[in-house]
Design a protein around this ligand. Structure first.
Ligand code: AMP
Length: 582
């Protein structure tokens, strides 16, 4: 593996991908066979009566579709130290913790070396396509990456976020070096115990190596925006550190101080240059290329729940292209961005047919769940990877080499086309409903569209939306939607009231509008929260062990999430009730 990565050959990787996707159906059959053979001794598979059969038809007939909930009894036995073959042939010794910010609480999912291999396959594939269009020179990456704390489960297994499992894998550094993507910060910064201190030092390392930085990245776009918003606050302190060659006393972690002292030398010339550049910018437009003159692009996941950050990211990026990264989850990777020239709004992800076995549940199947608050309650029929139809939406089901079989990931994707015979997917949304009171059904996308439409009104006021969330308030009859907004700059009462009405009107779902008309759903409420509120929510999740890398702002806060609801409620500065249906 290591040797293979050392001699990364772009053309070969592209050729391999082209050949694997020529007959994706056959590759899928082989992949399923390999997964089932490798794990034939697993108790879970043995109990399902496959009796050595590895074909997709038998697999679908014997193995049920599951969600994480159904696998929990097995996963908990592994966590508690039962080393017998439960879900996999070889015992699982490491767990990944998913961010839990979309579902409410972090979930344990099995991790093994095969998942690391698939991660590198995804990275290599997308790098090959990316580098063909946007070649980088050997240099460094300014990567806002943060290792999470490693804990031990009751049974002694290591548990950390999936991204940290990747960073800690033996072949990671070597692999990243081969992809010219080594992070410019030392490990002490990446694995530091304090998020803010690590972020500060990532910025500092970026500035020290500014000429060498070839691209700026993070797992999700949110972390990049967050990093440069922080830069706006700390840039003078950063300049001071560079001028004096001494790290600010605000960074207190000894290992980070020690590592940074090796990099930091007094450099008044560089400090003055950065100072000049920062003061010369208009409202920080084009900050990234100004700081990193040789950066070729910005790289990170920019689709789905990251789209609301694109506007700010473009502002910082100026003319630099935004390239969305790949599609995957703590449970495993799915697809790579092989069309890097497409802007994030049009991006698709091509499924790698050899990294897992994939099925797709047509969304029309899930329509049977009408009226159900949760789409996951029905038992639908799935189709195979090459049977999907262009233009249709599906919920994705994965079988991976780490003990997940026919696992409903909870994501909805749309098939936009095919790369050879493998589908190119657009990420649409999480499949669960976000807002639902009566017969209304509003998803994350519906909320995102409503917020996008309403927040346009802020631009006229020279203020902007920093972040948003929502909540269904059932404390009074009738229940109503509450939308929380953090905004920067000043917006007048009239405009905010207008934003509130626009939000209400932008939920076009017939169940919502008809319920609003007859007051079965009350007037939508916009609550504006103090600056820094969403930072407090992030801090709260980081305190719970979520790695910032995988953080996604919770777009709907349920009543049981009392702490986050409390943070939001404590910081409300103004609220507005819609009069759109009066
Ligand atoms: P986690 O639960 O922290 O492992 O995050 C995985 C989830 O992040 C996926 O199930 C998706 O909902 C989301 N995600 C991952 N990659 C992408 C992508 N490229 N575009 C949009 N959403 C993504």
């Amino acid at each position: 593996m290591l040797e293979k990565l050392e001699e990364f050959d772009m053309d070969k990787v592209i050729q391999e991908f082209e050949s694997l996707t020529k007959d994706a159906e056959m590759v899928q059959r082989e992949t399923l066979k390999r997964i089932l053979e490798d794990n034939a001794s697993a108790e879970y598979l043995q109990s399902l009566g496959l009796n050595g059969r590895t074909d997709p038809e038998s697999f679908k007939a014997c193995v049920p579709l599951v969600t994480h909930k159904e696998l929990e009894p097995y996963i908990y036995r592994i966590i508690d130290g039962d080393a017998s073959p439960i879900l996999t042939g070889k015992p699982i010794t490491t767990m990944s913790l998913s961010s839990g910010t979309t579902q409410g609480k972090p979930k344990y999912v099995p991790w093994n070396d095969e998942l690391f291999e698939t991660t590198m396959q995804i990275y290599q594939t997308s790098f090959a396509f990316r580098n063909r269009e946007f070649p980088i020179k050997s240099g460094k990456a300014l990567s806002f990456v943060y290792g999470s704390k490693q804990s031990k489960t009751k049974g002694g297994l290591a548990a950390r976020t999936a991204t940290s499992n990747v960073f800690c894998s033996a072949g990671y550094k070597c692999g990243m070096r081969a992809l010219q993507s080594l992070c410019c910060s030392p490990d002490e910064v990446i694995f530091g115990p304090d998020f803010f201190q690590s972020l500060y030092c990532h910025l500092l390392c970026g500035l020290i190596f500014r000429e060498e930085v070839q691209f700026v990245s993070s797992t999700f776009a949110h972390s990049i925006v967050h990093a440069f918003r922080t830069f706006e606050q700390v840039w003078e302190e950063l300049c001071n550190d560079i001028r004096e060659g001494v790290l600010t006393s605000n960074v207190t972690v000894p290992s980070i101080r020690m590592a940074m002292s090796k990099l930091l030398k007094p450099n008044p010339e560089l400090a003055n240059l950065i100072h000049r550049k920062c003061t010369g910018l208009s409202n920080w437009y084009g900050l990234i290329p100004e700081l990193f003159p040789n950066a070729k692009y910005i790289y990170g996941i920019m689709t789905g729940s990251m789209e609301p950050y694109l506007k700010k990211l473009r502002h910082y990026a100026g003319e630099l292209p935004l390239l969305t990264a790949d599609y995957g989850s703590s449970e495993g990777w799915i697809a790579a961005n092989v069309n890097p020239k497409l802007p994030p709004e049009l991006a698709t992800y091509a499924v790698l047919p050899h990294i897992g076995y994939f099925e797709f549940i047509p969304l029309t199947e899930l329509e049977n769940a009408k009226g159900e608050p949760d789409f996951l309650c029905v038992d639908p029929q799935s189709v195979g990877l090459t049977e999907v139809k262009v233009g249709e939406e599906y919920e994705i089901v994965m079988t991976n080499p780490a003990g997940l079989y026919r696992y409903r990931l909870g994501d909805v994707v749309k098939v936009m086309g095919f790369h050879n015979s493998t589908p190119e997917l657009k990420f649409i949304r999480r499949s669960s409903l976000l807002l639902n009171i009566n017969i209304d059904k509003n998803t994350e996308t519906d909320l995102q569209l409503a917020v996008e439409a309403a927040s346009k009104l802020l631009a006229e006021e020279k203020s902007e939306l920093v972040d948003f969330s929502s909540h269904v308030d059932l404390s009074k009859e009738p229940g109503h939607y509450v939308i929380f907004w953090e905004i920067s700059g000043e917006a007048s009462e009239e405009v905010l009231h207008e934003c509130c009405n626009r939000l209400d009107k932008s939920f076009v779902d017939a169940g919502y509008t008809s319920s609003r008309k007859v007051n079965c759903i009350g007037a939508l409420e916009l609550r504006v929260v103090r600056r820094g509120t969403f930072q407090k929510i992030l801090d709260h999740y980081v305190g719970l062990g979520t790695a910032v890398n995988q953080y996604k702002t919770p777009r709907c806060v349920g009543s049981s999430n009392t702490r986050v609801l409390q943070i939001l409620s404590d910081n409300v500065v103004n609220n507005y009730l819609s009069t759109a249906f009066n």
